[in-house]
Design a protein around this ligand. Structure first.
Ligand SMILES: *[C@@H]1O[C@H](CO)[C@@H](O)[C@H](O)[C@H]1NC(C)=O
Ligand SMILES: *[C@@H]1O[C@H](CO)[C@@H](O)[C@H](O)[C@H]1NC(C)=O
Length: 305
C-alpha cells in the first residue's frame, strides 16, 4: 500500500489544517488542527509517497487537548534500531490489526495510547487482473457528489469557515500508531508511524484482500486520537472495514516511487491504453511489492550484548 497526498506545494500545510477541521461543541465552532513543522523531518507533498518518506499525521496534543498535525516518517522505526534509521528496511509501514496487541513492535505504542491518523487524499493498491498483470488503483473515502480528490482545483476551491468547517473534497483518514525514536545524531526524537490494516470490506475486496482502517468522520478521528478519554478497548471498536470507499484505475507510473507526477492519481482508461502500459514495464527498474505485509517480515531484534 502506498499513499497519495495533496500536490499543492506552498498551499499544502494550510489545506491540511482546513480539510481536517473538526466541530468544537464547547465553543460551537469549527477548529483547525495546527500543522507543526519539524526541523529534523520535512514533509514534501507528493502524489506518490512511499515508506520511509514523511507523511502528515494527526496526533493528540495533551496540553491543549486538541488534535495537531506533525510530519512523521511513514514506517515505524523499531526502538532497537541502531545506527542510521534511514538505512533500515521499512516493512513496518502497515500493522495488521489481527496481531497488533501481541506484536513486539506495536503493542507498546498501542498500550501507551500513541494513536494517530495519517492524512492523505487516498492510497494505491494493486489489483490482480488476467495473468500476472497487476493494475494499480487509487482508493479514497467516498466523496460528496462532484468532488474528485485527485483534482487539485477542487482542493484549492474548497472553503473553510468557523461556522461551516471545510467544504471541499474529503481527506482519507487512516488510523495508525506512532512512536518517538531517540536517535543519537538528531537532537529531537524522530516521529514515525504505521497504518493499521485489516481484511477488506466487500467494497474493496475485489481489488485487494486487505485495506487500511479508514476512519469515517472528524468526530471518530477525535475519539481515536484522544487516548486520555477513550481507552484502548473503546478505541479498537472504532476500527472497521468501511464500505465508504471509491476508487479508479491509475497509470502504472505509480509503480516507481521516483514518479511523483501530478498524473499518478488521475484516472486512466486501461482498456484504451493497455498495450502502451505494458510497454512501460521495462522502464521501471524495480517494481514495488504490492503489499508490505508488515508482520509477515517483522524487523529483526538484535541480540543483547
Ligand atoms: C506494476 O507493478 C505490478 C506489480 O506490483 C505489475 O504487476 C504490473 O504489471 C506493473 N505494471 C507495469 C505497467 O509495469
Ligand atoms: C478539475 O476541476 C475543475 C473545476 O471543477 C474542472 O474545470 C477541471 O476540468 C477538472 N480537471 C480534470 C482533469 O478533471
Amino acid at each position: 500500500m502506498i499513499i497519495g497526498v495533496l500536490v499543492l506545494s506552498a498551499l499544502c500545510a494550510p489545506k491540511y489544517e482546513e480539510a481536517s477541521s473538526y466541530y468544537d461543541d464547547v465553543n460551537d465552532e469549527y477548529k483547525k488542527p495546527s500543522f507543526i513543522n519539524s526541523d529534523t523531518l520535512k514533509f514534501i507533498p507528493s502524489t506518490n509517497l512511499s515508506p520511509s518518506e514523511a507523511v502528515p499525521v494527526l496526533v493528540w496534543d495533551a496540553v491543549q487537548k486538541c488534535p495537531i498535525i506533525k510530519p512523521m516518517v511513514w514506517g515505524m522505526i523499531p526502538p532497537w534500531t541502531s545506527g542510521d534509521y534511514k538505512s533500515g528496511s521499512y516493512t513496518t509501514h502497515n500493522c495488521r490489526i489481527e496481531n497488533v496487541k501481541e506484536s513486539r513492535l506495536y503493542s507498546a505504542p498501542l498500550t501507551a495510547g500513541k494513536r494517530c491518523v495519517i492524512l492523505c487524499e487516498g492510497y494505491y493498491e494493486w489489483k490482480s487482473t488476467v495473468g500476472k498483470h497487476k493494475q494499480p488503483c487509487f482508493l479514497y473515502k467516498a466523496q460528496s457528489p462532484g468532488m474528485k480528490p485527485e483534482n487539485e482545483s477542487h482542493w484549492s476551491d474548497g472553503k473553510w469557515s468557523k461556522s461551516q468547517g471545510w467544504v471541499g473534497p474529503s481527506l482519507t483518514y487512516l488510523a495508525g500508531l506512532y512512536s518517538a525514536f531517540e536517535s543519537k545524531k538528531d537532537s529531537e526524537p524522530i516521529l514515525s508511524s504505521t497504518v493499521i490494516t485489516m481484511r477488506s470490506s466487500p467494497a474493496v475486496s475485489h481489488i485487494h484482500h486487505r485495506m487500511p482502517a479508514i476512519l469515517s468522520s472528524p468526530e471518530v478521528v477525535k475519539d481515536w486520537l484522544n487516548a486520555e478519554d477513550v481507552n484502548m478497548k473503546e478505541a479498537m471498536t472504532l476500527l472497521e472495514p468501511t464500505e465508504s470507499v471509491q476508487w479508479h484505475e491509475v497509470s502504472a507510473e505509480v509503480n516507481s516511487s521516483k514518479n511523483k507526477l501530478p498524473t499518478c492519481n488521475k484516472p486512466v482508461d486501461t482498456k484504451k491504453q493497455g498495450g502502451k502500459q505494458m510497454s512501460l514495464t521495462s522502464f521501471f527498474k524495480k517494481p514495488k511489492k504490492d503489499d508490505g505485509d508488515d508482520e509477515a517480515n517483522p524487523p529483526k531484534k538484535p541480540k543483547k550484548n
